[in-house]
Design a protein around this ligand. Structure first.
Ligand code: IPM
Ligand code: MG
Length: 351
């Protein structure tokens, strides 16, 4: 019997709608050929939701997401996303950073430094300074503001266990970003090390986050899984964009303990290029791949990865990848159409 999935699509703003539309086309094609179906419900979030329903994250949107098989997300400039992450307790944020062989020359680093690069960032997503006590106020010295980086030990322990498990399934090295020389009340190193007794074979390597940022640029291939809190993870993963050549290529999955998830590119709304049809959809398509893997649709995920590789092999590049020489500059929709075609070709080949 063929499977049916219900997907909630939140396009958001800026380039969000463009990259999501392109990704949906590709998803529907791969679903058709692999024999499962995806029903799509559209919801509002961010500015559009505020204008129409009076709230960045309306209750209608939350209700729509409840009981769905996944959420495909575009981008928002302000409001809605953090609340959505918190509501569904999406504490696990997976951000794989892998190199496409054909894009080695797009990296900010020399090819030999990044060839075969394969890092999995795991970012804690529903706590820390994004959600700690905060306010703006005034006292006798003038106006001031604060945000508080606060973690309960159990919040660190639960993301530690997910990270240890991932490291166990990969190359067995878990680097833990921390800043204990200045923030000693957040003992990430100790807590992760304590959890690691249940994961023999995994090496836990605590690293000060400032040093980690430098090592990521100097020798990224030394890393396997990197665990970081919310803010550090946000900052470090943008370095991933420079490593692979464009932030437009990177995807993420945000999961809760039940495996329910929100899938999005890691880039933002990119207002400078919004509406011009030139945004790179590969970040969001990468998010679709993560969603398919989470659903257990591994053949479909593999087909999508192969289709992307073949299109890149043929020289097609969106403008963020600075096409040069023999490469062919291409827009969002055209790239999606090529992928749709390629997916059909792959299906014919595998018959
Ligand atoms: C990300 C983004 C968000 C974050 C913004 C849009 C709030 O930068 O997902 O990396 O900081 O989490
Ligand atoms: Mg970010």
């Amino acid at each position: 019997m063929s499977k049916h999935y219900r997907l909630v699509v939140l396009k958001g703003e800026g380039i969000g709608p463009e990259v999501v539309e392109a990704s949906l086309k590709v998803l529907q094609q791969v679903a058709k050929l692999e024999g499962f179906s995806v029903d799509v419900d559209y919801g509002l979030i961010g500015k559009a939701a505020l204008d129409i329903l009076g709230n960045y994250l309306p209750k209608e949107t939350i209700q729509l997401c409840e009981g769905a098989d996944g959420i495909l997300f575009g981008a928002v400039s302000s409001g809605g996303l953090l609340e959505l992450r918190k509501h569904f307790d999406f504490f696990i944020n997976l951000r794989p950073v892998r190199i496409f062989k054909n894009l080695l020359d797009k990296s900010s680093l020399q090819s030999d430094r990044i060839q075969d690069l394969d890092i999995l960032f795991i970012r804690e997503l529903v706590s820390g300074i994004y959600f700690g006590p905060s306010r703006r106020d005034e006292d006798e010295n003038g106006s001031y503001g604060y945000h508080t980086m606060r973690y309960h030990d159990w919040e660190i322990r639960r993301i530690a266990r997910v990270s240890l498990q991932k490291a166990k399934e990969r190359r067995g090295l878990l680097t833990v970003a921390h800043k204990e020389n200045a923030l000693p009340h957040l003992p990430w190193s100790r807590l992760v090390q304590e959890e690691s007794v249940d994961f023999p074979g995994v090496v836990v390597e605590p690293m000060l986050v400032d040093n980690l940022a430098m090592q990521l640029v100097r020798n990224p291939k030394r890393f396997d899984v990197i665990l970081a809190g919310n803010l550090f993870g946000d900052i470090l993963t943008d370095i991933g964009g420079a490593l692979v050549g464009s932030i437009g290529l990177l995807a993420s999955a945000s999961l809760n303990a039940e495996g329910f998830g929100l899938y999005e590119a890691i880039h933002g709304t990119a207002p400078d290029i919004a509406g011009r049809g030139i945004a790179n959809p590969l970040g969001t398509i990468g998010a679709v791949v993560l969603m398919l893997q989470q659903w257990g649709e591994n053949d479909a995920a593999q087909t999508l990865i192969q289709a992307q590789e073949r299109i890149l092999n043929q020289g097609y590049r969106t403008p963020d990848l600075a096409p040069k020489n023999q490469e062919i500059s291409i827009g969002t929709e055209a790239l999606a159409d090529l992928l749709v075609h390629e997916i059909s070709q792959l299906a014919v080949l595998s018959k």
